[in-house]
Structures are given as C-alpha cells and as structure tokens.
Design a binder for this molecule. Structure first.
Ligand code: PEP
Ligand code: MN
Length: 363
C-alpha cells in the first residue's frame, strides 16, 4: 500500500541531478567568518547546498541556541559569494518568515519538531502557497505515521518538492550511535512513498565523526538519494555538535571513498540473482512452515497450562531459551541483536496464542 502524495522531483536550477545529493555545512552558524569560510571551502569541493542552524533546538538550556535572525545575513552572503543554495531549520512561523526574508532556499523541519503536529501544522500554514523545497527529519521516536503526517500537512499546504531526512532515533539503551539508524524505518518509508527522496544524516546518527563513512556507505547501498553532513572549518571549536563535525577537506576525502552501486538489475546479472533468490524463497518457505508448526505446539502447551492452572509466562524457561539460541546464533554467524529480536517476536507470538486459548471460555 503506497501513499499518494503530490511530490515533484527535488530539482533546483543548476543543481546536479546525479546521486547522491549532498548538503553540508556547520551544525550552527557561529560567526560571519566561520559561516563564509566553511561555505567557500565546501563550494570549492563541489558542494552545492549549504546547511547551517540558525535556531538550535538544544536538549538542555544554557547551551548555545543559535544566533537567530542576526545570523541570517551570513547565509545570504554565502549565497551571494559562492552561489550555493542555503538551507536551515525552522520550527515555527516566525522562523519561516525570517528565513524567507533573507532568501533561504531550502527549509528543514527538525526531529523534535516533527514529533509535534501542532508545530508542523504551524510551519505548513506559514508556507501556504509558496513553492520552496522542504526537508523533514524523522521524528525522534520511530513513529513512521508521524513522519508521513508531516509530509501530508506540507503537501496539503501546496509544498511539492519534499525529501525525508533520516537522522536516526533516540534510544534509552547505550549504543555506539547517538541516534541508532533503525534502517527499517526509512526502508518502510521508501516502500510507502516510493517517489519521496531520502537523505541520510550520518552526523546526527553517529554523534562522533568515526562512523560517518560507514553510515554514508550504508545509505548509498540502500539506494537512498543523498547525504546531509555537518562540516565546520574548525570542528574542535564548534559551539554545538563539535564531536561529529569534520572539516570540508575531510568531508571531500570521505565522499570520494563512497562506492555508488547501481539500483537497476541488468539482464546480465539477472540469472545468478534469480537462482540465489529461488534458494532464499525455499528457505523462507521452510521458516514459515516451521513457525506454523511451532505455534501449534504452543497451542497444545496453552491447553495443558489452562487445564492445570499454570501461568503462561515462565520467566526462567524464557531466559534459558534466549541464552541458548544467542550462543547457537554466534556459531551460525547471527548477531545476538538479531537472535534476540527474532526470539522475542516468536516468544510473544506464542504468548498471544496461549492467551487466546486460556481466555476463550469455549476451549
Ligand atoms: C541539526 O541538524 O543540527 C539538528 C538539530 O538535527 P536534529 O533535528 O536531527 O536533531
Ligand atoms: Mn547538529
């Protein structure tokens, strides 16, 4: 089931059309000199779209929250002196009016704003009747409906050039990522809205510069359309997100390393892939049959537990299953995250089956 939105290709005069679309620039515009110098270097490396935060939504107060309207003339100057397109984050109607006043070319809605339909609607209303490209970051929580809802609100306001920014999702558990990518969410977005470009934001996914290349390459391997990456002339001195920013020349080196693979399968590649896919289909079929059989046994256990008045959840047994399968998975080359996810889902399905039996007075 795909969603029908009135989306026009993300084109702008003079903008290169080949993948990937690159947007780069500092987390925040910190001074005229830092903004302009970063832009000049990026432009020298062929980057055509410059990003910089003017209003910064910070998690804690008393940190740098951007220079606001005062910094907009710096972006205007970037445009005049380098010919780059400029992009910034807006979170309310005032931001929209001020950004437009200074000729900002592309607006984006930040992750915290996308979670709030009132705020998204306010931005959409402020944009009514205008033809300006708008990028929407995923909400901080992996709620795809909320993300889609933002595109619908903008589309209803007449915005057609839109793209999604995948910047990862907040997590309670510690991880190597600042915002774990949860690739399944943008993959599902692509399935639901096939003509909506997806731009990955490795900077906010990673939180530090070390894994930027890995995430960028993965995004390209998933056939996403672009990358938005934070770049600062002097990352160590950055007033926000210092650890994840790289210099324009480091960015250039990293982009040059990315391998772009083709999304279309050629006639020549078809036979081999079809053969391998036939084997996959056979295994998927076996997996499904076995899962069906396993659930039938779960039903029998459910009836037995019901007859003997035993609780469904047996926490010790569940812990044993998980531990055993995680160590088996290791030997089979399956990550513990994957095995845990699969077995949590299987166990939950078993519980649902047993619940249905236990609480059905007719059984
Ligand atoms: C940003 O792009 O600098 C930013 C604030 O990102 P996010 O909305 O993804 O947190
Ligand atoms: Mn940032």
């Amino acid at each position: 089931m795909s969603i029908r939105l009135n989306i026009e290709p993300f084109t702008m005069p003079g903008l290169k059309t080949e993948r990937p679309l690159i947007i780069a620039g500092p987390c925040s515009a910190e001074s005229e000199k830092q903004t302009l110098e970063t832009a000049k270097q990026l432009s020298k490396y062929g980057i055509q779209i410059f990003r910089a935060g003017i209003w910064k939504p910070r998690t804690r107060p008393n940190t740098f929250e951007g220079y606001g309207e005062k910094a907009l003339p710096w972006l205007k100057k970037v445009k005049q002196e380098t010919g780059m397109y400029t992009a910034t984050e807006v979170a309310n109607a005032k931001h929209v009016f001020e950004a437009l006043k200074y000729g900002i070319d592309i607006l984006w809605i930040g992750a915290r704003t996308t979670t709030n339909p009132f705020a998204v609607q306010e931005v959409a209303d402020a944009l009514k009747g205008l033809d300006i490209p708008v990028l929407v970051k995923n909400p901080v929580n992996p709620d795809i409906e909320l993300w889609i809802g933002a595109f619908e609100r903008l589309n209803d306001a007449g915005i057609k050039r839109m793209a999604a920014i995948h910047r990862g999702f907040s997590a309670y558990e510690k991880s190597v990522y600042r915002n774990p990518p949860q690739w399944e969410v943008p993959i599902e977005l692509k399935r639901r809205i096939p003509n909506l470009p997806i731009i990955t934001d490795p900077s906010h996914i990673c939180g530090t510069w070390e894994r930027l290349f890995e995430i960028s390459q993965q995004a390209m391997d998933l056939d996403f359309d672009g990358l938005i990456i934070e770049s600062h002339i002097n990352p160590d001195e950055a007033l926000s997100d210092a650890k994840q920013q790289i210099t324009p020349s480091e960015l250039k080196t990293m982009l040059d390393k990315i391998i772009l693979r083709k999304a279309e399968i050629s006639e020549e590649n078809k036979p081999t892939l079809e053969q391998l896919r036939a084997i996959i289909d056979k295994y998927d079929n076996e997996i499904m049959n076995i899962l069906g059989k396993r659930m039938k046994i779960a039903d029998e256990i459910g009836s037995y537990k019901k007859a003997n008045n035993i609780t469904i959840l047996q926490s010790k047994r569940w812990d044993e299953i998980l531990t055993k399968r995680i160590s088996q998975g290791k030997m089979l080359g399956l990550s513990s995250e994957f095995v845990t996810k699969i077995f949590r889902a299987i166990h939950q399905e078993s519980i649902n089956h047993q619940e249905a039996i236990m609480n059905n007075p007719k059984l």
